[in-house]
Design a protein around this ligand. Structure first.
Ligand SMILES: NC(=O)c1ccc[n+]([C@@H]2O[C@H](COP(=O)([O-])OP(=O)(O)OC[C@H]3O[C@@H](n4cnc5c(N)ncnc54)[C@H](O)[C@@H]3O)[C@@H](O)[C@H]2O)c1
Ligand SMILES: C[C@@H](O)[C@H](N)C(=O)O
Length: 373
């Protein structure tokens, strides 16, 4: 919902009398007095970055997807179990529910989200809710709502409550006119998916709120993420997770991308490590608010060859899905993350061989690993 649509009379008056003398507000307009739980307009909205315990109070939105549960685990180790609240609109599995605080949070419900942030004295928000590239193309209106309207809600609440906000972007924020090998941080971004368009929008809005309202916005462009104990949510890079499961289950894998399709990829532990590191980086170290991060790039054919070292009988066939192939063909082949490495010391731990070894050891085929060595 456009911020301006929520501009009430009190907000208009405040805008007229705003301190800088230029007639514009220092917090997003929606934050000024539209909530039934509104505090007086002269009260301080500003909470602290850390709670009394010295740890941030964290909320993760969209936390039941491929990445959120792992992030919660990492953050709970660092900040304490009860300081990290996982949220989603889906029902959590027992092991997730009993591993720490979980709450229902629909990012399209602005008031509910605001109430959660206030009642739990949240200071850091990791905004993971999204529809990914393939499911986004299958339902553009929903992707637009979740990825764009939902982001607006999160941005306004984060700015109003002085949160440190992390929003992940993606290799999908680039398009066919971007340099693809390698893709630098700053270049042409004309993606052709609703997912990519919404992520460019998120990068730009977050940076705008940073410069305009002082929001502590931090963003990483993730490559395709590979994990063993969580399933991907409908993206173009999902094949690189499925191949491991199919290799173990049936010894057969049908790939929906051409064998020579090169994309940047990363093991989940590196992705989550980078996320925590950029959130903990001192603000003065950050010369940018949106960074590429990279680990490796491979094609389905190269991944299959590495997997076949562990499952030599694996049969791979190719049945190209035109939608996902067109998306992949418009994305970076290699990612230039030199700014992240320089500014806050980003360094990945997993290249392709370590990734494959780790995946098989998690998926329980240690005997095959022994054979391969
Ligand atoms: N997994 C990757 O390879 C990858 C790569 C680049 C960027 N990212 C980004 O990282 C973030 C997390 O990715 P993921 O792979 O875990 O995604 P996912 O698709 O697995 O999970 C997204 C979650 O968002 C939730 N969601 C949907 N609508 C919602 C709503 N209205 N309110 C609250 N939650 C809602 C879904 O229930 C789901 O659990 C996303 O923003 C994604 O764009 C992921
Ligand atoms: C790359 C990333 O954003 C996601 N895994 C997708 O393929 O849509």
């Amino acid at each position: 919902m456009p911020i301006i649509r929520n501009l009430g009379r009190a907000a208009s008056q405040l805008l007229q009398s705003s301190g800088c003398g230029c007639g514009v507000s220092l917090v997003p307009v929606r934050a000024i007095g539209v909530s039934p739980r509104q505090v007086a307009s002269d009260a301080s909205f500003h909470s602290v970055t850390f709670s009394e315990s010295g740890h941030p109070r964290v909320l993760i939105t969209g936390g039941l997807g491929q990445l959120g549960v792992g992030l919660a685990k990492l953050l709970r180790k660092r900040f304490g179990k009860n300081n990290v609240i996982l949220s989603d609109i889906r029902k959590p599995a027992d092991n997730v529910f009993y591993s720490g605080p979980f709450i229902f949070a629909d990012i399209l419900d602005y008031k509910n989200l605001r109430e959660i942030v206030v009642n739990n004295r949240i200071t850091w928000l990791f905004h993971y809710s999204a529809l990914l590239s393939a499911v986004g193309e299958a339902n553009v209106p929903l992707a637009r709502a979740v990825n764009i309207t939902g982001l607006h809600n999160v941005l306004d609440i984060a700015a109003e409550h002085n949160l440190r906000l992390f929003v992940p972007s993606t290799i999908g924020a680039f398009g066919p006119t971007s340099p693809r090998d390698p893709t630098p941080d700053i270049c042409i971004q004309r993606p052709r998916t609703i997912y990519g368009v919404s992520k460019v929008h998120a990068e730009l809005m977050g940076e705008y709120y940073h410069y305009r309202y002082g929001l502590d916005f931090r963003c990483l462009r993730y490559p395709g993420i590979i994990s063993a104990d969580s399933q991907p949510g409908g993206g173009t890079t999902d094949y690189a997770v499925k191949i491991f499961h199919d290799a173990i289950k049936s010894g057969k894998f049908k790939c929906y991308l051409r064998p020579d399709t090169r994309l940047p990829m990363m093991y989940i532990d590196d992705c989550l490590k980078a996320t925590l590191e950029v959130m903990e980086a001192p603000a003065e170290a950050l010369t940018m608010r949106t960074y590429n991060i990279n680990a490796m790039s491979f094609t389905p054919e190269e991944l299959a060859q590495e997997v076949q070292k562990y499952v030599p009988e694996l049969q791979v066939t190719y049945n190209v899905d035109q939608v996902r192939q067109a998306i992949a063909d418009s994305w970076p082949m290699n990612f230039d993350d030199s700014n992240a490495r320089r500014d806050w010391g980003w360094k990945h731990d997993y290249d392709l061989p370590e990734l494959v070894t780790t995946m098989f050891s998690y998926l329980g085929s240690d005997s095959r690993i022994a054979q391969a060595n």
